[in-house]
Write a protein that binds this ligand. Structure first.
Ligand SMILES: [Zn+2]
Length: 135
């Protein structure tokens, strides 16, 4: 269900690109955050259906997973989500996957020990690398 709403947003955004630049869209890339909890298969299907029914029909797309990264607010150290949760139990890991803001309650910076951890990528969905058709 989330997938359909997000697919609508993606197609709307690609359509806006097309209208703003006054040309058709050949292809684009959808970057999906590792923590977004979306079903890629469902998202792909929703996108295919919506694109076919929109002004940008015929546009090709690919979906890529953006890895989640965490930054330490104290020393600037950047670690992957996997590293940050590697010492936690499976249950804790699953909980943080659903509620990423809990990361600071369970993990500390490996370099300085600070609990000031922030998720800097891997949460949302974005449209990248839009290629327009010639003419
Ligand atoms: Zn640190």
């Amino acid at each position: 269900m989330h997938e359909y709403v997000i697919a609508r947003g993606v197609v709307e955004s690609v359509r806006n690109f097309s209208l703003n630049f006054g040309c058709g869209v050949k292809r684009f890339k959808v970057l999906v955050g590792e923590l977004s909890m979306l079903d890629i298969g469902v998202l792909r299907e929703a996108l295919e259906g919506l694109i076919a029914a929109s002004e940008v029909r015929g546009a090709d797309f690919s979906i890529e997973i953006e890895p989640a990264r965490i930054s330490c607010g104290s020393c600037g150290n950047i670690i992957s989500f996997g590293e940050a949760v590697s010492h936690l139990s499976e249950e804790e890991r699953e909980m943080i996957h659903f509620l990423p803001d809990l990361i600071a309650s369970y993990a500390a910076c490996r370099r300085c020990g600070s609990l000031d951890l922030r998720i800097i990528s891997g949460r949302g969905v974005s449209v990248r690398d839009v290629v327009f058709t010639e003419g």
